[in-house]
Design a protein around this ligand. Structure first.
Ligand SMILES: NC(=O)C1=CN([C@@H]2O[C@H](COP(=O)(O)OP(=O)(O)OC[C@H]3O[C@@H](n4cnc5c(N)ncnc54)[C@H](OP(=O)(O)O)[C@@H]3O)[C@@H](O)[C@H]2O)C=CC1
Ligand SMILES: CC(=O)N[C@@H](CCC(=O)OP(=O)(O)O)C(=O)O
Length: 346
């Protein structure tokens, strides 16, 4: 039995983690961490857990949790995990951090984009960026996983094969992204009120969104050179889902079959990445509630560009599902254990 603790279990990502882990008979959740609801019944915060979870919330004492847990998930705001990480914790347990604290290898870049000082930069080098489709081998023996961001997961997986195979000029990439409002978390924010979001679409973080350097770093590893992108996210009136439409200039004249072969080279054996059939566009509805990322592309010979598309559920493959996928790999379990979730429809 794997003993797991969730710090930030009362947030959207933490709640989704609880939902995924509670289905398993090889996992025991022994700590529902919270900041605001300590000693309150977890099921009183998430009524969907009524008669399923009897536990009350614990505090955010990661050191105490590390004494009893095999794995700790931190689904907490930026800066929290970095503020308390130490060697003692990592010597006793594995940590999967859903925040961005250990995703970016250059601490100066993190501090510039996140507008905060990194409290434990000594662990950045050791942390493994938990994108299994690209970093599976490194994840196996990791003590500390930097679970990727939601937009970066969808963007990187949609674009990576073409960058890696040199089919697009990595200096020309533009990513237009859209997210449902659960991506913004459960905390109350004026911008996310019903009247602000319903019947509305708006760009935000234009030119300054913190996921820009994360995507650039991952695509740079694929390209083998420094990549600069334009990235614009939009908030859309949906609960869940991320859709990205990305554009890149082709480096040569290519056929559909050549580009398809590039995607298949990296994803044909990947359970969670579905390369769709020709002319079928990814849609958030077809991945909702699942750990799948649907990707596809279209060559536009008129502009000499390729249009790359991806859709996934921000709370599953974009957060909790990917964290569980990483946990499975770290514990030597089948990677899709507990994650063979069929997308919900309608
Ligand atoms: N939502 C999403 O789609 C995704 C989120 N993530 C990442 O996951 C993390 C959580 O996001 P999300 O669930 O959306 O956020 P929420 O705002 O919904 O939840 C935040 C959680 O962190 C807890 N918390 C807040 N402050 C502290 C603190 N100082 N100490 C301990 N716990 C604290 C909250 O506890 P309480 O409720 O008790 O106050 C709550 O459980 C973030 O880093 C986010 O970037 C990653 C990918 C996608
Ligand atoms: C709609 C919305 O606000 N989305 C969030 C991204 C989701 C998230 O929580 O960020 P990570 O994936 O880095 O953890 C944002 O734009 O900041």
């Amino acid at each position: 039995m794997i003993k797991a603790g969730i710090i930030g279990s009362t947030g959207y990502a933490g709640g989704e983690l609880a939902r995924l882990l509670l289905q398993r008979d090889d996992i025991e959740i022994l700590w529902y961490g919270s900041k605001s609801y300590v000693d309150q019944k977890y099921a009183s915060i998430y009524q969907n857990m009524f008669q399923i979870v009897d536990d009350s919330c614990h505090d955010d004492n990661v050191e105490a949790l590390a004494e009893i847990a095999d794995v700790i998930f931190t689904a907490t705001p930026q800066g929290f995990c970095a503020s308390l990480m130490n060697e003692k914790i990592l010597s006793k347990t594995k940590v999967i951090d859903l925040s961005a604290d250990y995703r970016i290898k250059d601490v100066a870049v993190y501090e510039e984009w996140y507008k905060m000082e990194h409290k434990t930069p000594q662990f950045i080098k050791e942390a493994v960026y938990g994108l299994p489709e690209i970093n599976r081998e490194k994840i196996k023996n990791a003590r500390l996983i930097a679970n990727p961001g939601c937009y970066p997961t969808c963007s990187t997986l949609s674009i990576y094969p073409l960058v890696k195979e040199g089919l697009i000029d990595p200096g020309t990439i533009i990513i237009d992204a859209k997210s449902g409002t659960s991506g913004a978390g459960r905390g109350a924010k004026g911008d996310n009120l019903y009247c602000e979001v319903n019947e509305n679409i708006k760009a935000y973080g234009v030119g300054v969104h913190r996921h820009t350097p994360e995507i650039e770093e991952q695509l740079s590893y694929g390209a083998g050179r420094s990549v600069t992108i334009s990235f614009t996210p939009h908030l859309v009136p949906m609960n869940r889902g991320i859709l990205i439409t990305a554009y890149g200039t082709l480096t040569k004249s290519v056929s559909y079959e050549e580009v398809k072969a590039a995607y298949d080279k990296y994803y044909a054996k990947e359970y969670f990445v579905r390369v769709l059939e020709k002319d079928v566009v990814p849609q958030t509805k077809w991945v909702e509630g699942s750990n799948f990322v649907d990707v596809n592309f279209k060559i536009d010979p008129r502009t000499n560009r390729v249009i790359m598309m991806g859709a996934m559920d921000n709370l599953v493959k974009g957060a909790a599902g990917q964290a569980v996928q990483n946990m499975n790999i770290m514990f030597g379990l089948p990677e899709n254990k507990g994650l063979r979730l069929i997308p919900m429809f309608p």
